[in-house]
Design a protein. Structure first.
Lengths: 114, 106
C-alpha cells in the first residue's frame, strides 16, 4: 500500500523557519519526481515546488523562491521542504504528492502567526 | 506562467445530472492536464491524467477531453459522493498551476 506521511507542521512566528518531512512507502520512491502543494484556509490548491527523482532538478513557485528549499533523501525514502523567512501568507495545509498526482499525503498544517 | 481558468466556479446540480466543467489554459499545454476531486478536510484525488486517461479505480462516469487550451471534465450521471470541489492542473511547464476550482453542490 502506498503511503505518504507528512510531519513537521506547526505554529511559527513570522520570519521563522520550519522543515517539513514526507515519509514515503509502498512504491519506488527514487523513481518518482515529488511535489509540494499547499492550500490556504478556504482557498484553492497552489503548486509550491517539485524535485526530480534524482534530485537533479528543482522548481519553485515565485511566491516561495529564495525562501523554501525542496530536497530528498532517497536512502530514507523521504522528501523535505525547508521553509525560511515565513510569512503570514504561507499559512496553509502542505501536501506532499507524486509529481503526476497519483499519490498524496494527508497534509500538515503550517500556521505563521505572532 | 500558464494561467488556468475553470468555469463555472460553482455549479448547482442534482443526483443523476450530467455535469461538465471547463478548464481553459492561457497558452497551449498539449494534453498535459490532470483533474482532481477534493472533499473537505481531505487530500485531492486524481481522477484524470493526460487530459483523458482515467486513473485506475475511478468510476467510468468520469471522463476528460480536450487538448491545447480547452479541456472538459464530464460526470455522466452525478452520484451523491460526487458533491465536491474539482480542480484542473497543467503539467506542461513550471510552475505547474492549478485552476481556481469548481464546487459542485446540491
Amino acid at each position: 500500500e502506498v503511503q505518504l506521511l507528512e510531519s513537521g507542521g506547526g505554529l511559527v512566528q513570522p520570519g521563522g523557519s520550519l522543515r517539513l518531512s514526507c515519509a514515503a512507502s509502498g512504491f519506488s520512491f527514487n523513481n518518482f519526481a515529488m511535489t509540494w502543494v499547499r492550500q490556504a484556509p478556504g482557498t484553492g490548491l497552489e503548486w509550491v515546488s517539485t524535485i526530480t527523482g534524482s534530485s537533479g532538478g528543482t522548481y519553485y513557485a515565485d511566491s516561495v523562491k529564495g525562501r523554501f528549499t525542496i530536497s530528498r533523501d532517497n536512502s530514507k525514502n523521504t522528501l523535505y521542504l525547508q521553509m525560511n523567512s515565513l510569512r503570514a501568507e504561507d499559512t496553509a495545509v502542505y501536501y506532499c504528492a507524486s509529481r503526476r498526482g497519483d499519490y498524496w499525503g494527508q497534509g500538515t498544517l503550517v500556521t505563521v502567526s505572532s | 506562467d500558464i494561467q488556468l481558468t475553470q468555469s463555472p466556479s460553482f455549479l448547482s446540480a442534482s443526483v443523476g445530472d450530467r455535469v461538465t466543467i471547463t478548464c481553459r489554459a492561457s497558452q497551449g499545454i498539449s494534453s498535459y492536464l490532470a483533474w482532481y476531486q477534493q472533499k473537505p478536510g481531505k487530500a485531492p484525488k486524481l481522477l484524470i491524467y493526460d487530459a483523458s486517461t482515467l486513473q485506475s479505480g475511478v468510476p467510468s462516469r468520469f471522463s476528460g477531453s480536450g487538448s491545447g487550451t480547452e479541456f472538459t471534465l464530464t460526470i455522466s450521471s452525478l452520484q451523491p459522493e460526487d458533491f465536491a470541489t474539482y480542480y484542473c492542473q497543467q503539467l506542461n511547464s513550471y510552475p505547474q498551476t492549478f485552476g481556481q476550482g469548481t464546487k459542485v453542490e446540491v
